[in-house]
Ligand binder design. Structure first.
Ligand SMILES: Cc1cc2nc3c(=O)[nH]c(=O)nc-3n(C[C@H](O)[C@H](O)[C@H](O)COP(=O)(O)O)c2cc1C
Length: 200
């Protein structure tokens, strides 16, 4: 396939993905934002999330900043944030803050170096746990321990689930397509019906 079509197909193969703005800070204090969609839940206790960074054959500000400061933020999107978030994927030079370039607002938490996006309704702070090198293609799985979660109280249900529909959370596919989400269906924990157990 022609290379652009190949990328389009390859990045569509996982189907619907999350998307969030990753906030980091460089050694000189400059803020950086980039959209990431390779975010994955790795475990609940400790609470771990992972995301994949492209190979560091060119400058990867998010990766460099995470290695330096050992922390980052995930800032989930809603429809009004999508255009600015997408613009943050442009290759701005290191000294340009994507906050300033796109008009987004920094939100600071005491004792946490990485910047949050004030306009985001659902924000997560993480500290670096480890980086796993994917030998097959030079990508890196960045693993973080969640240390902070911020969302409006009415969007956190008593059972611990998050009302993503109420937050108007945005999903994505490929590197250019964004979706709203509607019509969630919640089902009880699935059990094997009586009499059809798998055995030992
Ligand atoms: C919707 C979307 C999802 C993206 N997901 C990822 C991702 O999961 N990993 C990655 O390395 N780059 C991803 N990118 C590309 C980065 O956002 C882009 O390379 C950006 O310039 C990186 O900025 P940085 O050098 O400041 O880290 C994505 C881009 C878009 C538009």
């Amino acid at each position: 396939m022609e290379s652009r079509a190949r990328i389009q197909l390859a990045t569509s193969l996982p189907g619907v993905k999350p998307v969030a703005l990753v906030g980091t800070r460089d050694a000189r204090g400059g803020a950086n934002l980039a959209p990431f969609s390779s975010i994955v839940h790795l475990g609940s206790n400790p609470l771990l999330l992972g995301m994949v960074s492209r190979p560091d054959v060119v400058e990867r500000h998010t990766l460099v900043n995470i290695l330096g400061r050992r922390c980052w933020t995930l800032n989930h999107l809603h429809p009004d944030l999508v255009r600015a978030a997408h613009q943050c994927s442009a290759r701005y030079p290191a000294h340009v803050s994507e906050f300033e370039a796109t008009g987004l607002t920094e939100h600071h938490e005491p004792g946490f170096a990485a910047p949050f996006v004030a306009e985001s309704r659902f924000r997560v702070g993480l500290e670096l746990a480890e980086i796993v090198d994917i030998a097959s293609n030079g990508t890196k799985l960045i693993v973080g321990r969640v240390t902070l979660v911020q969302l409006p109280a009415e969007r956190l249900r008593p059972d611990g689930s998050v009302d993503l529909e109420g937050l108007e959370a945005v999903a994505s596919t490929a590197l250019d397509t964004y979706f709203g989400i509607t019509g969630s269906l919640r089902l009880p924990y699935a059990k094997v019906p009586d009499g059809s157990s798998r055995g030992s």
